[in-house]
Design a protein around this ligand. Structure first.
Ligand SMILES: [Zn+2]
Ligand SMILES: [Zn+2]
Length: 77
């Protein structure tokens, strides 16, 4: 499991610069899951999204598992 966390700027709920963006990557045989989480250390605000390789409900042309849907950073940045 790979996990990386970077500062994600100001929380839109409490306006403190305590938001963190974390990415997790899971792989088990053919299943790949990438999750993104934004969490505020100050007020506890949290939002997450998970992209599963077996889930067709998201459009791979407009959404990529390797880009955070909240702050648009990529896994490699
Ligand atoms: Zn906050
Ligand atoms: Zn992010």
């Amino acid at each position: 499991m790979a996990r990386n966390v970077v500062p994600a700027g100001d929380c839109r709920h409490c306006s403190e610069p305590t938001l963190a963006c974390s990415h997790n990557h899971f792989q088990a045989d053919d299943l790949i899951i990438d999750t993104w989480e934004h969490k505020c250390a100050n007020c506890g605000f949290r939002e997450t999204v998970a992209f599963r390789s077996d889930d067709e409900s998201w459009d791979p042309d407009t959404v990529t598992r390797e880009t955070c849907p909240y702050c648009r950073r990529t896994v490699h940045s």
